[in-house]
Write a protein that binds this ligand. Structure first.
Ligand SMILES: NC(=O)c1ccc[n+]([C@@H]2O[C@H](COP(=O)([O-])OP(=O)(O)OC[C@H]3O[C@@H](n4cnc5c(N)ncnc54)[C@H](O)[C@@H]3O)[C@@H](O)[C@H]2O)c1
Length: 399
């Protein structure tokens, strides 16, 4: 596995600040760390990026490639990758998408259904193919392993999963699991194991960094809320109708993100309880080590000849990619004899029986068992050697 000291970083950004300037602006490092790292960071200057106002309306920056269409943009990215590999004398290159969150795109669109459709979409400069997908396609067709740390739609469509498998390139994604969602995925199995039925989960958070600024735009926010919101039902094994996810851009906080969660649960004999969680965290400090490990593990996967989605890397993500395109835990539910609707009905029946002790015997949980770079922009790196009762309206998921 590549050693940390052997990693070399490069990448694209629509802003042309070098990394020392960017780190100073965002206040990620403390003064002593900034002083120490500035000379090395200052040497890393971003390459002109594939930017798109249509996909990232909240992102400023004119440091862009002058490509006349999708194919030219891809060729530019590949030539940057070649140059990077040559100049830095690395043995291998991986790309990790760390760019701003793009607008939500429907993965079920016909253009993403298979490789020929996607290739035609590229030839026609299809408007639903955004920068994240162009970088992903450029990496895959150059034989470079690719991970998507963002909520943007990139390699997780049938066409590009197929391409990764065919070309024998390892891929992983989507949306790094660093703060609030990490804690959600730690708590949910515990609540489930103790048969504490989650009736509602209210998650809100504030952040003031540039990611927050990008997410201030409703189209990009929809992508983030989709990945943040998907995880809970899958882990619990039943739909939580009142799962609210709120993200607010609040400038004074900068990179110091804060999240609050209120969880309403129902326990033995139908008794109600609440759990409150407040995480004061550092967005980039939580993310950076994950990105390093992702890069090293993807490279290891490539050395071992892994082709396509590397499912074990799902542990790093909010919406883990799988080889068949389903969410990991959806598949676990799929194995159960009950459908998702079945879960809700089952749960309701369970609640109705509380206080009627002579009901049919249930399992322990009352449910069927479930078996179940750079710090900016896309970044190549290399190395030298209980649902709500039926009929009740759902809470708004996005506010
Ligand atoms: N804890 C975390 O930091 C965390 C956790 C999970 C996911 N993410 C995701 O990772 C991404 C990066 O987060 P961040 O906090 O570093 O954001 P950031 O806004 O600080 O950095 C993103 C950078 O991408 C650049 N950019 C925008 N469009 C680009 C393009 N098309 N090509 C190249 N560069 C482009 C922007 O100019 C900006 O410098 C976001 O999508 C975020 O949602 C971050």
């Amino acid at each position: 596995m590549a050693g940390y000291v052997d990693l070399v970083f490069g990448g694209w950004d629509v802003r042309d600040d070098d990394l020392a300037l960017a780190a100073a602006e965002h206040g990620v490092l403390d003064a002593a760390q900034q002083l120490l790292a500035a000379p090395a960071l200052g040497r890393v200057k971003p390459w002109p990026a594939i930017g798109s106002g249509a996909f990232c309306a909240g992102v400023q920056g004119g440091h862009r490639v002058s490509a006349r269409g999708h194919r030219e943009a891809i060729a530019q990215v590949q030539s940057d990758l070649d140059r990077f590999a040559l100049e830095s004398e690395v043995d291998a290159v991986v790309v990790v998408n760390l760019a701003s969150t793009e607008r939500w795109v429907d993965p079920a669109l016909p253009v993403f259904a298979d490789l020929p459709s996607f290739e035609r979409g590229l030839d026609r400069d299809g408007p639903d193919i955004g920068p994240a997908m162009l970088y992903a396609y450029a990496a895959l067709t150059a034989g470079v392993p690719y991970a998507n740390f963002t909520p943007s739609l990139a390699v997780d469509v049938p066409a590009l999963r197929e391409l990764a498998g065919t070309l024998g390139v390892p891929v992983a994604g989507r949306d790094g699991k660093t703060g609030q969602t990490l804690l959600k995925t730690v708590l949910a199995p515990a609540l489930r194991a103790r048969a504490l039925t989650v009736e509602g989960w209210y998650s809100t958070n504030i952040l003031g960094n540039r990611d927050g600024e990008a997410l201030h735009h409703p189209a990009s926010l929809a992508s983030k809320v989709a990945t943040k919101g998907s995880v809970l039902d899958h882990m619990l094994g039943y739909p939580v109708d009142d799962h609210v996810v709120q993200i607010t851009y609040y400038r004074p906080r900068g990179d110091d993100k804060e999240s609050w969660d209120n969880i309403d649960v129902r326990g033995f004999l139908g008794q109600r309880m609440q759990l409150k969680l407040n995480f004061l965290c550092r967005d980039s400090i939580l993310a950076a080590p994950l990105v390093l490990e992702l890069a090293r593990l993807l490279d290891l996967a490539a050395q071992r000849g892994h082709a396509g989605v590397v499912e074990p890397l799902g542990v790093f993500f909010k919406a883990p990619m799988t080889r068949d395109g389903n969410t990991l835990n959806t598949r676990c539910i799929g194995k159960s004899p009950r459908s998702r609707r079945g879960w809700a009905q089952h749960d309701q029946r369970l609640r109705q029986r509380v206080g009627r002790p002579r009901g049919r015997r249930r399992g322990r949980t009352g449910r069927p068992p479930c078996h179940g770079g750079r710090a900016r922009g896309d970044a190549p790196g290399g190395h030298r050697r209980g649902g709500a009762p039926a009929g009740r309206p759902r809470s708004d998921r996005v506010t």
